[in-house]
Design a protein around this ligand. Structure first.
Ligand SMILES: [Zn+2]
Length: 289
């Protein structure tokens, strides 16, 4: 069955997906160690359990570089077609940054994380409802990384702790390749090729950007090199050996003002349409595996 047919028959629900984004922001900041974080974890796990074959919660201790102590953190792994000979991974981070250190007015306050945290999670929450209906029996691990955004800017220390933990303690059987999504809710979505992705997995970049072009999203996915981002795909490539690309719009602004890692990372600067575009690209990629 062609992906287009699937898309016509079972429309990917952009508004339901956007509701998942808003719901996360309503929980409050999802900072490891907080009550809101645990509430959001339970909500993701319950949703995953309704659709996936198996849900594995990988608990670990995350280091807080600012306070120097550790807190409980949780990677959530939803496994579909557990017996599939071939496996792929779709992933995103679900935690939010404890401090808005790019905010000119309130750098100590937490980031609401509508785009940075909730957008990728919303897309994968919606995705899980569709995967059981997709043709084929390719195994799919949908993974929500925790403790991605606790690091100290500029030092590189303390970022991507969930994917680093998984890379050192992988859950067998390992996927053979994967797509990471992060900050894909931007109301002005534009996703150039992330520089590390091109180095690690150029073939996968070509596949995904070709799908986007075919779906009519050539302007959203320009074939040009964007910023190099240290994100969860780095430990997946370097430590776990899973070729993974990062689909990310690192340029998150409104009227020329930066929203990334500020208190203005809010649903009003995100759009259902952006979640829809990413959803369509991922559904098509999955059906072509
Ligand atoms: Zn961030």
């Amino acid at each position: 069955m062609a992906a287009g047919l699937y898309a016509q028959n079972v429309p990917w629900d952009a508004h339901r997906a956007f509701g998942y984004l808003e719901k996360q922001v309503q929980f409050g900041p999802r900072i490891p160690g907080s009550r809101e974080h645990l509430a959001c974890r339970d909500w993701i796990v319950a949703h995953a359990e309704a659709f996936a074959d198996t849900v594995i919660v990988q608990q670990f201790r995350a280091y807080r570089p600012v306070t120097g102590d550790t807190v409980d953190a949780f990677n959530i792994i939803a496994r579909f077609h557990a017996g599939g000979a071939k496996r792929v991974m779709l992933s995103t981070h679900w935690d939010t940054r404890p401090f808005a250190d790019r905010d000119p007015l309130s750098p100590g306050r937490p980031v609401p994380g509508a785009n940075d945290g909730a957008s990728g999670t919303a897309v994968l929450m919606e995705m899980m409802e569709h995967i059981p209906m997709l043709p084929g029996d390719t195994g799919i691990d949908v993974v929500f990384w925790d403790a991605e955004d606790m690091g100290i800017a500029g030092s590189g220390e303390g970022f991507c702790q969930g994917s680093e933990y998984y890379a050192r303690h992988p859950v067998e059987p390992l996927p053979e390749k994967g797509i990471l999504i992060d900050m894909i809710g931007d109301h002005e979505l534009r996703i150039p090729v992330e520089a590390n992705s091109m180095r690690y997995a150029p073939q996968l970049v070509a596949e995904v950007w070709e799908i986007a072009r075919r779906l009519g999203y050539r302007e959203v996915f320009p074939l040009e090199t964007g910023p190099e981002v240290y994100d969860d795909h780095v430990p997946l490539n370097e430590t776990a050996g899973i070729p993974t690309i990062n689909v990310i719009d690192f340029h998150y602004t409104a009227r020329g003002r930066n929203l990334w890692h500020t208190t203005r990372d809010l649903p009003s600067y995100c759009s259902p349409r952006s979640l829809q575009i990413i959803g369509e690209v991922l559904v098509t990629w999955i059906t072509e595996q």
